[in-house]
Design a protein around this ligand. Structure first.
Ligand code: SAH
Ligand code: SF4
Length: 341
């Protein structure tokens, strides 16, 4: 295991196995995650022999930043080069001084949604937990003065629940109180809706992980056309959401990309209301980001507003989400898999 994905307990074991007291391992975890120090030589309160051990364990961060692009609205996109030459992307989105970071979980994606660039070339491989955590690490160098990381969304390239092991471990590390200490409610896993994966995420995090489900359709035929590799019916997905053990007063988020003449009619909105009648949700409506690998288009603004109104009239919380970083292709769904360049 790479150091960046190791828990304090595992680092303590590394220490004791090599004749150092266990607390050295916990100190190392603090250096790595609280202080973002990755150079063993700079870990000044650790004995030199322990720093040597850390240095011998291999590169601490298994990723480098390649190209970085900055949008007029402050959004930053970072291309991340992994050890085997694969590339993924991560995006920093500012809201005042608070940053939301969108991280990738796979190189490519097997689901192949009709509107998404990331899945165009299929799946190449899962990211390791260390490669997921590394995205957060390397992006720290791009914070502006006064900015701090507030939210992490697993909404970059890949389907997190197809990489459950990497995702769960990354959540554990990012939320650890001795490290970055991100609040679990501020770390969102976005999935296309894999019932068994949702159940396992719920068990492993006791429902603490914030859950977003990308539905994009209210009937199975439209869903199959838009999200071909999902493998579960809408009814099964809704059942999995209902069973997810979210703490009281927290709701699952439903992501719904609005696509002109495909899923944007008032009748679709009414169907969505019926589909979601048994669960407590918040709905994010995202007008499609047009790009050159899809012919699909966003609806006119009036259509978007009308769709939202149907949901609001039925008492659902529904928000229209602005696109960010469009000028640098950084908005969600604009992230490219390396192979498709
Ligand atoms: N695979 C997971 C994780 C995020 S995928 C999932 O599908 O939920 C990338 C995100 O970008 C998803 O939320 C998807 O809905 C959104 N997205 C992809 N292509 C898009 C497009 N052309 N316009 C708007 N959003 C898009
Ligand atoms: Fe994969 Fe998500 Fe893109 Fe669909 S939207 S292809 S699930 S990354």
């Amino acid at each position: 295991m790479t150091l960046l994905a190791a828990t304090p307990e595992e680092l303590s074991r590394l220490a004791t196995d090599n004749g150092f007291p266990a607390f050295r391992g916990r100190q190392l975890f603090g250096w790595l995650h609280k202080r973002a120090e990755t150079d063993p030589a700079a870990m000044t309160n650790l004995p030199i022999a322990f720093r040597d051990l850390v240095a011998c364990a291999g590169p601490v961060v298994p990723a480098n930043v390649g190209v970085t692009l900055r949008s007029a609205d402050g959004t930053r996109k970072l291309e991340i080069a992994l050890g085997d030459g694969a590339r993924v992307e991560t995006v920093l989105i500012p809201e005042g001084p608070r940053l939301t970071q969108c991280v990738s979980t796979q190189v490519g994606c097997a689901v192949g949604c009709a509107f998404c660039r990331s899945g165009r070339a299929g799946l190449k491989r899962n990211l390791t937990a260390a490669e997921i955590v590394a995205q957060v690490h390397v992006a720290r160098a791009l914070y502006d003065p006064g900015e701090s990381l507030r939210n992490v969304v697993f909404m970059g390239v890949g389907e997190p629940l197809h990489n459950l092991q990497g995702t769960l471990r990354a959540l554990e590390i990012l939320e650890h109180p001795d490290g970055l200490d991100l609040s679990s409610r501020r770390v969102t896993v976005s999935t296309v809706g894999i019932p068994r994966g949702i159940a396992r995420l719920g068990e492993a995090t006791r429902g603490e992980a914030a859950l977003a489900v990308s539905l994009h359709a209210a009937d199975d035929a439209t869903r199959a056309a838009l999200v071909p590799g999902a493998g579960a019916s809408l009814a099964e997905i809704v059942e999995a959401i209902a069973a997810y053990p979210l703490p009281k007063h927290r709701r699952c988020t439903i992501e719904y990309i609005l696509i002109k003449s495909v899923n944007d009619r008032d009748a679709d909105a009414r169907r969505l209301v019926r589909l979601l009648a048994s669960i407590k949700v918040k709905i994010n409506l995202l007008p499609l980001n047009p790009h050159d690998s899809t012919k699909l288009e966003p609806p006119e603004d009036g259509r978007v507003a009308s769709f939202q109104q149907v949901l609001l009239d039925k008492g659902l919380s529904a928000f229209i989400r602005r696109r960010r970083g469009e000028d640098i292709n950084a908005a969600c769904g604009q992230l490219l898999a390396a192979e498709s360049r």
